[in-house]
Design a protein around this ligand. Sequence first.
Ligand SMILES: Nc1nc2c(ncn2[C@@H]2O[C@H](COP(=O)(O)OP(=O)(O)OP(=O)(O)O)[C@@H](O)[C@H]2O)c(=O)[nH]1
Length: 526
Amino acid sequence: MEGNEMSVAFENRVFNRRSGLGGGRMGCTLITGFLGGGKTTLLKHLLDHRDDLRLAVLVNEFADSDVDSLLLDSARLNRAFNLSTVSLTHGCACCEVSGPFRESLQRIVDSKHNFDCLLIETSGLARPDKFVAELKEVGIHLDLVVAVVDAESLDKIIKIDIVRKQLEHVDIVLLNKYAHQLLLFHHLELIISCRCDLATLSQISNAEDILEELTAGAKVVRSQFCKVPVDLIIDCSKLQALNIEKNDESMPGVLSHESLPKMAFQRYIYDNSPLQFSSSGHTSNQPSVGGDSFPHGESFSSATFEAEVPLSLVVFQSKVLKSMRCASSLIRAKGIIWFAENRESRFVFQWSGLKRVEAISGQPWESSPKSCIVLIGTDKSELQTIISQLSASANPHNEVSSEYGNLREHAKSFASMVASDDRFKEPSLNKTPLVIFGLKGSPLRGVKESQLSGALMHVVNGKGNIFLTATTFGEDYNLQILLDEKSTVIDAWSEIRSATSIVVSKVRSYGTCSLTCSTCCSLKYK
Ligand SMILES: Nc1nc2c(ncn2[C@@H]2O[C@H](COP(=O)(O)OP(=O)(O)OP(=O)(O)O)[C@@H](O)[C@H]2O)c(=O)[nH]1
């Protein structure tokens, strides 16, 4: 597929139809914000908590890939809610896809589904103003522009021109990756998770100062994982409550489609050995990184890596992550990974904000497994290096490394160290050299295993010396570590232990458990 990927999902629920929220008129919310702030997280939250709202969803991706629909799991949504997906290609939505974008809007307007609200997620590098003009053309009334902002990194990214532009005309800003301390009084569990989250109080107040200056009176709402009331984002009646009037004319439609340079994006498809990369219809033996200079004052490039053979986790953590950490211009990476060491699981890989890295698997493959990773940055050569390392990690013979004998020995001794620490659950080893382990939760204290182990993963991966992946199945949340030849077991264990102390001390500082609970006591939370 060429060009930009935009998907339109139509919810086709024929039961319980109501008239649209705005007295028969379909509402429309535009979700904007820089790369990695949490727009897709907000969309997921809205879809999961929409009750009987009939939503049309339109997602725009900067890169030449449908990775966002993979991350949103639109295949599952389509099946569960009878959604249909339409792909729109070619270019960045704010510049080049006005034709397909308008066609999609028209389909929504003409559809018999009587949608309550259209949600549009712009790409993290899009200016919202062009969308506004297109909406106006097809007669869709824009109710709200919501920006999702990474509270931890706002002071760094605010220097980027597009970030400032995105915030100029918003009604609501979700200052994300933080949860307010007052939640303590509602539910202990939330205060604990907030204390394990990313932004500090000083980063929050700094971000609020920046937003006050830039957004001219937008309502700023602190959030964690974008967990805000759905009607804040969707219910048009909220507009009155917030005293916000959206006038389409207030958004400057300054971008002229014709005057903008054409944006070309390339994708790389790993096609077995010898390496072949195809990019926008042309094939080359040399990987090269796509993306022209960005027409909004910054120069961003994107590259997509795809492989239909599994990637070696050993190589991924020793080479790919290393090259990502060395790439100072890498801003965002995301995608789905098929690891040779854990073939049944589909890992969602995320690199965002201040180099936060996670790889979490919760679902088996629903179609043929493959990896698809999108990279966005400002230096093409750095993206190229990462692409080369990704290619090197592809395991065309689909075989598990012959070195696994040694790695298994490492795994066994690491597992015995974990087993000796009573803050951890009993570790296990599977047939690959992965050690599966995790922190104990405390149900009486309202501390879930997933919160503690998730926080541990962020602390450890944030430091960058070792790499933890995670698998989730319902309430179960397990971490996984693969100790390759370079990482010594003792160093890895000492790093995990000190990160555990950080995570546990946060719980101890803020928890107020008055129960005599053996789990808490054994976790030393008191
Ligand atoms: N710790 C933490 N992580 C968060 C929070 N909200 C989102 N994330 C993580 O941040 C990463 C990026 O979130 P996305 O929702 O994909 O961000 P996005 O704005 O859609 O990113 P682009 O599509 O690249 O523009 C993911 O790993 C999320 O799980 C939060 O409140 N706290």
